[in-house]
Design a protein around this ligand. Structure first.
Ligand SMILES: Cc1cc2nc3c(=O)[nH]c(=O)nc-3n(C[C@H](O)[C@H](O)[C@H](O)COP(=O)(O)O)c2cc1C
Length: 140
């Protein structure tokens, strides 16, 4: 059974660009091997990550990520059974929230993932991906 899980957390270290590089490297290797796909949005002090894959694999990964001391205040935003992946092209896409163009319609400063519903968060992520330029694949 496939599931999609989304959580938000706060970055512990301010060196978040180096941190996300090392996370994405690890994520690409492990996620590819375990058929996990997803997107990691990072910036403005938060991580917002969607994970998709077999329920057991996602649960194991989420449990490992939850124990990672490089972030804190982790909150589960959304979890559902799915028949189709949203992020199937990416072992872990990366969206840098700091790079989001202020001219775009996406207003991240007014968007607090800690109080938003899972559906709204998924819509926001889809909007970011639709811009294309902010997404890089961990495989690259
Ligand atoms: C925000 C965040 C997202 C992460 N995403 C992934 C991921 O998608 N896949 C992965 O294998 N590790 C991910 N990690 C790294 C794991 O937490 C963990 O460090 C890594 O899997 C190595 O685990 P181990 O030291 O127990 O082997 C992430 C870490 C953080 C802080």
């Amino acid at each position: 059974m496939l599931i999609r899980l989304i959580y938000v957390s706060k970055v512990v270290d301010s060196q978040s660009s180096q941190l996300s590089e090392s996370i994405l490297k690890k994520a690409h290797a492990w996620n590819t091997e375990n058929d996990i796909t997803g997107v990691l949005c990072e910036g403005q002090g938060v991580f917002l990550q969607a994970l998709e894959g077999e329920r057991g694999a996602v649960t194991r990964l989420y449990s490992r990520i939850s124990a990672d001391p490089r972030h804190t205040d982790l909150e589960l935003i959304h979890c559902e059974s799915i028949t189709e992946r949203h992020y199937g092209e990416w072992s872990m896409a990366h969206v840098s929230l700091s790079d989001v163009d202020p001219q775009t319609k996406i207003v991240w400063p007014e968007f607090n993932p800690y109080s938003a519903s899972g559906l709204l968060v998924m819509t926001r992520i889809a909007e970011l991906i639709a811009q294309g330029r902010t997404v890089t694949n961990a495989a690259a």
